[in-house]
Structures are given as C-alpha cells and as structure tokens.
Write a protein that binds this ligand. Structure first.
Ligand SMILES: Cc1ncc(COP(=O)(O)O)c(C=O)c1O
Length: 394
C-alpha cells in the first residue's frame, strides 16, 4: 500500500514491540478463574496444575515427559545435569543467543565450545559444528551439541542428527523461543535427547512470571530432572543427590494451562503477520535477496523443512542504529537480539575466543533488528512500521 494511504500519525499511534494487555484482556476471566482455583486449593508447591501442565505441554510437543521448573535458564541446567554432563564434557553451542545458553553450560561445570551461525537462519551452523567436532587439536570430549531454535525457527535438525550418528554426541534443544515450531513435522521439544523451554513473559508461550520446562523422551533423564529440581529428593527428606530448588510455581502452571488452549492460534497469527511484513517490504521494493543487506533489508529466511513460529520477526538492515533511532522518534518499537555475541561478553572472556572468531555471528549482531511482533498486531500498525522503514531508506 502506498504510504499516502496510511493514516496520519498522532500520539496514540505508537507501535509497541509487544503489547501484553491485548492478549490478556480476552482471556482475563479464564486466567483469573485458574489463579483463583489454585488459591482455593492452597496447593502452591507442585500442585495439580503443575502435573496437568507438564502432561499437556509434553503431549503438544509429542514427547513422553515434561518436567516443569522455575525458568528457561534452570531448564537448560536441569537438562544438562539430568544427562550427567559435567566437568570434562564440552558442550558446543552458538554465540548468537541469550546469555544463559552458555552460562548454563558453565553452571554444570562443563566448558562451552562455540561454533558460528548460518547467516540466513541465524541458527547454529552444522558445518561449523562439524569442523569443531573434527578438530583433533582439542583434547576435550564433546558430549553434547546445544542448538538454539532462534527467533522461533528450528535449527537444521537433519544435519545435527547426522552429526549425532557420526560422533555419538547428545543433542539438547534450547527451545526457549520456539514452542510450537516444527522440523519436518516433528515439534520442537521432541527433536533432541532433551529440550529446554522458557515461559518468560515475552516468549510466544508465556507465564505471568518466570517459568520453564524440560522435555525428553528418555525415562532416566526425566526421572533425574524431576528429582534434581527438588533438591535431589524423591521421598521427602531423603536426598539422593544435590539438586536445587527449581520447581514450577503452581500459579504459573495454571496460567500456562489456560494459554496452551490458544497457543496454536497465536502462533498462526504470528505467521500471518510475518507474511504481511514480507509482502509490505516487497511492495515497497525494500526486500533484498541476502544474506547481507546493502541498501534495503533482508527478510527472515524460512527453512522449507520447518515451520517458523515467529517468536520474533527479525530483519537485517544496514545503518541499524540510525534506523532504530528513526523508528523510535516515530513511536515504533524495535529490539536487537543480540547486540554482542556471547564470546565477546566480558564474563566469557576466559573461553578464549577473540574478536573475529565467529564472523557470521559478529556481523549478524551488528545488523539484526526485531520489529514489533505479537498475535494481536494490526495491519495498520504493520503498514506504519514498514512505511517508516521505507521513509528511512528514502
Ligand atoms: C534462547 C534462550 N535461552 C534461554 C533463555 C532463558 O530463559 P529464562 O529467561 O526463562 O531463564 C532465554 C530467554 O530469556 C532464551 O531466549
């Protein structure tokens, strides 16, 4: 649509990155009733809703076990601890992710190793991983690969399964951003030996506070994760090992149970909005083939093997800082996930990776820009976002 048809902007025309209230209002009565039920039951710790949520979420992910816990960060830790990953076992992952993907590896005492990303999907690149696995100069045993399904799109699982067969490593999914995404028809959460989900309030499936989930098809891992989250305790006050307190709060489980009824529709709405963004960028002649932008923007690449749930709609753009400032002046939200690849974060300096070690991750960190994305985002808001970007690129 030409920009002349876009209604004039006024103070109320802000386009937020995320608007929680638009999701909350239509389900408010159901949410409050679910919370009230927990309060009436007075079962706040591992109450009935936790078990029901674990079962329902695992069933949607088509995996045998779901183990609720306190956050996505804890889910990563629990998954690795359940698989007895520890000192002496390296875990290979991506530098373009949230901090705790890597900090959780250190938390189980294992050294993290990093490999670069695929510049089209921003996910861990299996070719770069294969190189790291074949690098005989590193004496350390690589026990697991931890790909992240970044922005809501599964990492290239066929290739990782191939590497699993070749090198006998465990595959653990960081599925924090990808509830409902699939790879060749298989849901995120069922792809690896274990998976970790986050239900942090900005996630596509979100709680009203911190919450997380481990999923696994392995009975032994499930059993270990379920006791590690309660101080390694199976029978009250009889401890089998040292775990942690990382239970899923019953009120959060009740909220999540309500939201599970809607998640498929919300994910579909995100996909529709992603298509609309794509079309608008093309209509404005702004879309470039990629993988790197020159004068316009590079749109998200969707791997044909998967379904992308668009937890985030992320473009690549030149002059990103100026573009963000331009959008902010017009009341349009945007975010950068993530501005500093993890090998260049101060606490990970000891990993020993210098600048230049992962050129694709470093370049993406300078160019990626997430635009407003949530299921209730309106067409008019999307038109305003794209018109403003078109205006910026002149
Ligand atoms: C990729 C990724 N991994 C791990 C986490 C950690 O989850 P949480 O914030 O629930 O601890 C997040 C979310 O912030 C994430 O996006």
């Amino acid at each position: 649509m030409p920009s002349s048809q876009i209604p004039a902007r006024n103070a109320a025309d802000k386009v937020p990155m995320l608007d929680f209230s638009r999701q909350y209002q239509p389900i408010r009565a159901e949410i409050l009733a679910a919370i009230e039920q927990v309060c009436d039951s007075q079962r706040f710790i591992l109450g009935e809703e936790v078990r029901r949520f674990e079962t329902a979420a695992a069933s949607l992910c088509r995996v045998a076990h779901g183990i609720g816990c306190a956050s996505g960060t804890d889910a990563l830790w629990l998954a690795m601890a359940a698989a007895e990953i520890g000192p002496g076992d390296a875990v290979l992952t991506t530098p373009l992710t949230f901090f705790s993907t890597v900090s959780s590896i250190l938390r189980v005492g294992a050294p993290p190793l990093l490999a670069d990303i695929d510049p089209r999907t921003y996910n861990l690149d299996p070719v770069s991983v294969a190189t790291a696995l074949r690098d005989r100069t590193k004496s350390i045993r690589i026990r697991a690969i931890l790909p992240v399904h970044l922005y809501g799109q599964c990492a290239d699982w066929d290739q990782f399964e191939q590497l699993q067969r070749e090198f006998g490593v465990l595959l653990i999914e960081d599925a924090a951003q990808a509830f409902g995404a699939t790879w060749n028809g298989r849901p995120a959460g069922s792809l690896g030996d274990l998976a970790a989900f986050s239900f942090y309030p900005t996630k596509n499936l979100s709680a009203y506070g911190d919450a997380g989930l481990v999923t696994t098809g392995n009975d032994r891992f499930a059993d270990r994760a379920s006791i590690l989250r309660v101080h390694g305790m199976r029978e009250r006050y009889f401890h089998e090992e040292i775990g942690w307190n990382s239970r899923l709060d019953t009120i959060q489980a009740a909220v999540l149970l309500v939201k599970l009824r809607y998640i498929e529709g919300w994910n579909r709405a995100r996909q529709q909005r992603a298509n609309i963004y794509d079309e608008l960028f093309m209509q404005h002649g702004l879309a470039e083939p990629g993988p790197y932008p020159e004068r316009g923007v590079v749109l998200p690449y969707i791997d044909p093997c998967g379904t992308h749930v668009f937890h985030q709609y992320v473009i690549r753009a030149p002059r990103r800082a100026a573009l963000r400032a331009f959008l902010a002046e017009r009341g349009i939200g945007s975010e950068v996930y993530y501005p500093v690849p993890l090998h260049l974060q101060k606490p990970f300096a000891s990993l020993g990776y210098a600048e230049g070690a992962f050129p694709e991750s470093e370049r993406a960190a300078k160019e990626v820009l997430a635009l407003p994305m949530f299921p209730e985002l309106t067409l008019e808001e999307q038109q305003r976002v794209v018109a403003a970007i078109a205006e910026f690129f002149g």
